[in-house]
Design a protein around this ligand. Structure first.
Ligand code: GLN
Ligand code: ZN
Length: 784
């Protein structure tokens, strides 16, 4: 097995090498920030908890940045990004750069420090955090800028320049990366009190002067290239929005003089009209494309690419962990070379590598065969460089043939294929699966059995994961404690959570998920076809990371996964206990999925495995089963033309999981997002009995869909408070929220619950918050 040498830890003495033979044109769009072992996460959390100083946090961050730059430098990358580091989020960094701090954080001007920055991200004692939402179709979340006609922009964070200088002091000339001005505005929302129809792009004239200041400062500091990320160009934008790009870049053109300006796109191909706009932007010298997801980009480039401009060809997948097919990439690159010319082609990644894992070198538990099929960020940097060297006539034959051998072994491996599963899943395509009775009749049957009060209260599943709990799981995994000890500890925890919920007088209980470290990993570990990393973390938001499983083979369920714990929990209470599962679409969307068959096939395979689990839970006497589809929305393709197909197989997969249960078994689902309006009909088509859904951080955007007259007959629990923030909501505040919901939803279908699971919170926050929630429900019941 040939593993590319790398690792931040085993980093060679610096400066190890900088090839002087040929100027190699290689580029990395962006790099993970968290560190190979989540160093930044731990530093941030220690700082937030008051356990370390700002200087200590800054030191960890600076060390991470420098090791990343040095790594790319010694790998031979020509265009090395800077300012792709962030203490929280790159969009929030841009908000800070522009001084667009919402009034409620009491910022009085001057350079924005940790205080104001983290208040915007996480809220503070007096003000809730800013809204957070999915970054395109990834599992990364950005902080949504809040803008209005009166916002006064000012240059308030010099982070981009500081980072550029920091790298320069190390002897590395980097490409500062900024979120482009048009993308920034398109990803913003009107601030509270501002008319929802406010034209955010009307702020362009106010934003551009700040960009000009930043750019001229970068130039003064010595930057020769900058990268402006404009990923919104891959969306279906109307001509007004497209014109904003033309106008913005025309206005920036004079400040671009003397600079190489790269406009980077990613996550899909650029629609034809947008492609023309993009490649005609004034003053821009290079254009970056995602050639992995952008299946039509090749045709567009063939049809015309501006003369003497650089093409940054994103052939190495930043969204996945599979080793690149180097031979295939080389063919693609050679074809592109024929179109744009040798000097104009730059080998690149499809998007920032922040969406993939950091370094394969730290994977001690994966077997060598599987490892040979993979490449994480550090290895992808090496792949990019190997491709650019090959193009320059310095092909590393050993590296290429090791890669070809690995790919061949993956293709033919018996670990990948299970004929029975292939057949069962293939049979599902094109068929329909629905519960026989309609939802209203089912809810009646369920209510007879469950006998719940009006506005029933529940939670989403997880309870706080204490240090002690993590220790128990870790020690059990490491075989330091026996199975008995483990089961007893978890049982005790479940018992504690059950008793607490009874004390709080919650109606439908959960067991708290103490046995799970992650809602996808827990299931993946028990299914075949999945592999797990030790350090394959990917940032989700702020300091939160996820460790997506790798689906490498056909999926099946050897035995029941949750029945043991759920029946134990049910035996501790006479109240209904929800069985808690993760749905197939979420397992798919939160995993690194095999790229050798269509995604829907893999999804159907998972759906069949979850279906078996649902039926086993029902047999064990669990009458309420929640099948989380937290990530259904985020898998929605960015381009409208592809959405209907996705929704059809995704919703179908969900229905397959519970098509076999009795009318009296209540199926819940849960979703972690509020942008729900455009897919409401698909959500209704999921035909769940009850849906709980994130709502509190998005100004009740969710409710507007019902206000506009969509008929909703199933149970629904829009979250009544934000669990992403340590802030404790008052009962009045919660009652107010529920009141607003009652204005648009029938009282007999409304549930009262938090936005999401409570796993990241602490008991001193959770107890009063839930107590206030139950109190609010009780007060309202007396009025109905
Ligand atoms: N049941 C899960 C939990 O409560 C759901 C988490 C999620 O939606 N992200 O933790
Ligand atoms: Zn959630």
């Amino acid at each position: 097995v040939h593993l590319p040498p790398s690792s931040l830890l085993s980093f060679p003495p610096f400066p190890a090498r900088r090839s002087s033979i040929t100027e190699m044109a290689s580029h990395i769009v962006g790099y993970p920030r968290m560190g190979p072992k989540r160093e930044l996460k731990f530093a941030l959390e220690a700082f937030w908890d008051g356990k370390s100083s700002a200087e200590e946090l800054q030191k960890v961050a600076a060390d991470l940045r420098s090791s990343i730059w040095k790594q790319m430098f010694s790998a031979g990358i020509k265009y090395i990004p800077s300012n792709t580091f962030s203490y929280y989020d790159q969009v929030l960094d841009t908000t800070a750069m522009l001084g667009a701090v919402p009034d409620r954080y009491g910022w009085n001007g001057g350079e924005i420090g940790f205080d104001v920055f983290f208040s915007m991200a996480r809220g503070n004692a007096s003000s809730p955090a800013m809204e957070m939402t999915k970054w395109f179709d990834t599992n990364y979340h950005y902080i949504v800028p809040e803008l209005g006609p009166d916002v006064k922009f000012s240059y308030a964070s010099h982070k981009a320049v500081n980072e550029y200088q920091e790298a320069k002091a190390l002897g590395i000339d980097t490409v500062p990366v900024l979120v482009g001005p048009v993308t920034y505005l398109l990803l913003s929302k009107p601030s509270k009190g501002v008319d929802k129809t406010f034209d955010l792009l009307s702020l362009l004239d106010k934003v551009l002067p700040i960009y000009k200041e930043v750019i001229s400062e970068l130039k003064a500091a010595g930057a020769s290239s900058i990268q402006l990320d404009e990923p919104t160009l891959v969306l279906d934008l109307d001509s007004t929005k497209l014109k904003a790009f033309t106008d913005a870049y025309a206005s920036l053109e004079s400040s671009f003089s003397g600079l190489n300006v790269i406009v980077e796109t990613y996550f899909a191909d650029v629609p034809a009209e947008a492609y023309n706009v993009l490649t005609s932007l004034s003053g821009v010298s290079g254009f970056g494309f995602d050639l992995v997801r952008g299946s039509k980009t090749m045709d567009l480039i063939k049809a015309g690419f501006p003369k003497d401009k650089h093409l940054f060809a994103g052939v190495v997948d930043g969204r996945n962990i599979w080793a690149n097919d180097l031979a295939a990439s080389l063919t693609t690159l050679s074809a592109l070379e024929g179109i744009v010319g040798k000097d104009n082609l730059v080998v690149s990644t499809s998007c920032s590598l922040m969406h993939t894992a950091v370094d394969l070198v730290n994977e001690t538990k994966l077997d060598e065969e599987l490892k040979s099929w993979l490449a994480f960020a550090a290895q992808k940097v090496v792949e990019v460089n190997a491709l650019s060297k090959a193009l320059a006539g310095q092909k590393d034959e050993a590296f290429f043939s090791a890669n070809a051998a690995a790919l061949a072994s993956r293709k033919s491996s018996p670990r990948v294929t299970n004929q029975a599963v292939q057949k069962a899943a293939a049979a599902l395509k094109g068929s329909d699966h629905r519960r026989a009775t309609n939802v209203t009749a089912r809810l009646d049957a369920q209510q007879k059995m469950l006998n719940l009060p009006i506005l029933p209260t529940t939670t989403i599943g997880s309870f706080p994961q204490t240090v002690e709990l993590r220790r128990v799981r870790r020690e059990y995994k490491a075989k330091k404690i026996s199975e008995d000890e483990y089961v007893n500890s978890i049982k005790e925890e479940i018992n504690k959570v059950v008793k607490l919920q009874e004390e709080l007088d919650i109606d439908v209980l959960v067991h708290g998920e103490p046995e799970r470290n992650d809602m996808v990993e827990y299931f993946g570990e028990q299914l075949s076809g999945f592999a797990f990393t030790v350090n394959g973390w990917v940032q989700s938001y702020g300091s939160r990371c996820v460790k997506p499983p790798i689906i490498y083979g056909d999926v099946s369920r050897p035995k029941a996964m949750t029945v043991f714990w759920s029946s134990m929990a049910q035996s501790m209470t006479s109240r209904p206990m929800k069985g808690m599962l993760t749905g197939p679409v979420t397992i798919l969307n939160w995993s690194f999925v095999r790229n050798d068959q269509p995604r829907f096939e893999t999804c159907y395979q998972i759906a069949l495995a979850i279906k078996d689990e649902v039926e086993d839970l029902e047999k064990a006497g669990i009458n309420v089963i929640q099948i989380d589809e937290a990530a259904l929305r985020e898998g929605l393709p960015l381009r409208k033309s592809e959405q209907a197909f996705y929704l059809e197989w995704a919703v179908h997969s969900f229905r397959i999981t519970n098509v076999g249960v009795k009318d009296t078994t209540q199926i819940h689902t849960h979703m972690c997002y509020s942008h729900f309006n455009d897919i409401i009909h698909s959500i209704i088509d999921m035909d769940a009995d009850v849906i709980t859904i994130e709502n509190s951080r998005s100004d009740e955007k969710l409710l507007s869909v019902f206000r506009e007259g969509v008929k909703y007959g199933a149970g629904i629990g829009p979250g009544v408070y934000d669990i992403h923030s340590p802030r404790i909501p008052t009962a009045d505040e919660i009652a107010d929220r529920v009141d607003k919901m009652l204005a648009v939803l029938e009282k007999n279908i409304l549930w009262v619950n938090p936005d999401c699971g409570l796993k990241t919170r602490k008991y001193p926050e959770v107890k009063p918050a839930l107590s206030n929630m139950v109190e609010a429900a009780k007060v309202l019941r007396t009025k109905l």
